[in-house]
Write a new protein. Sequence first.
Length: 150
Amino acid sequence: MNFQLLNGDNYLPAYELQRQCHQYPWCQETFASCLEGQYFAWQMMQGQQLLGFYVGLQVLDEGTLMDIGLAPQARGKGLSQPLLDHFLMQCRDKGISEIWLEVRVSNQGAIYLYRKNGFQVIETRKNYYPTEQGREDALIMKLADLTIKS
């Protein structure tokens, strides 16, 4: 397993995976715009097979996990942990001291992963995410100490 920096030349498979991971995915222009400037994006590969990706944003010493996703065939195999570990390592290397994210309240697997890695729920954003039935709440989570998981 290895990690590759996403850029304008190699991002299309990760963008397609992002579309598979979300009922309401980003448009291609939005995804492509998250490959430069204050953003950092990586993909996790096994040989030529894309297993997962993430997109982060850095503003000063604060980071945001903008998106993260695993390929359907990679789910349930413990691969979300190394993907999150890589994101946390990148944050440490960039001098980020706290990380924020939001997650659907129905995404119990992700919530468990984030809590296991030291993220704490800060608040609930009511009706944040669109769904087929209407809207769903989001949990706003924060990791205030990057030394918790190393």
